[in-house]
Design a protein around this ligand. Sequence first.
Ligand SMILES: [Zn+2]
Ligand SMILES: [Zn+2]
Length: 325
Amino acid sequence: MEVLPNIHQFRIPIPDNPLGFINAYLITTRDGCLLIDTGWNTPQAFDSLQQQMADVGVTLADLRYIAITHVHPDHYGLVGRIEKHTNARLIIHEIERLLLYSRYVNYQPLLDDMDQWLEVNGVPAEDRPALQLASMEILGLVEVAMPDHVVHGGEHLVLGDFDLEILWTPGHSPGHICLYDASRQVLFAGDHLLEKITPNVSMTSQSISNPLVDYLKSLHQVARCPVQTILPGHGKPFGNLLGRMEEIRQHHERRMEEMLALFQGQTQTAYEIARATTWYTSWENLPYYSRRMAVTETLSHLELLLAQGALLKTTRNGIVWYTPA
Ligand SMILES: [Zn+2]
Ligand SMILES: [Zn+2]
């Protein structure tokens, strides 16, 4: 679908995922094409991308650049397969590049860290193996490709009459980027801003800082840009950037209030609070991967409450406990 002149949205299927599709965007210019995000590494996703490119008269060989908003499998996984058919330069944020090896190449140390992370945050021994290994099956959806250009935010990607500013927007992923076209007032938002759901913001053993603090700051950073059209990683294009930002900010405020109330004045672990928090279905019905994300997302909220002085943190027998201040 051509969402704006020379900007095409391709819906790439991601079956067995509640989101259903990931959006790749193609910008066509007289100087070649730019692809933003790709899909995950399945023959169906690859065929779908090629077919939708063919519909606008473009092949993979016409790509000059591929920019990846972040290295989650649905956005990045297909790049390795695409690379064999194009000389396009691959652009990824430096911090995302650093995650590639530990997540997708030599991942056993990260699995060990995850087990420890779950243990210190109160996940009982009998639940840990399932949560620890919950991401193993999506590893097959990634074929690793290393970037040709790393970016840090602030650079401009110029192609034809397009001038896209790279915005570093950590939170959902530490090296997440958005691409901003000031002249068209268009924001390629990746998973930073979605219309219907709030992006997962998880604190894990790989977090450098509290990702929820980073995320809320990144929202404000994007707010300085006049935007007419947000082109998200999932779902339809939408507008009203400031309105959507405010909804997301309030969502996290409410989440923190809900979690604080669940303590009932008692000392609890992040796992206990995650179990008691409302998710899209009951805890028992949550898939293991979602349970793990529930724990790590709870942690980012508890750590922000801690930073605000609403909680205290202690460690006892290797377990981290939070108590209302
Ligand atoms: Zn993502
Ligand atoms: Zn995504």
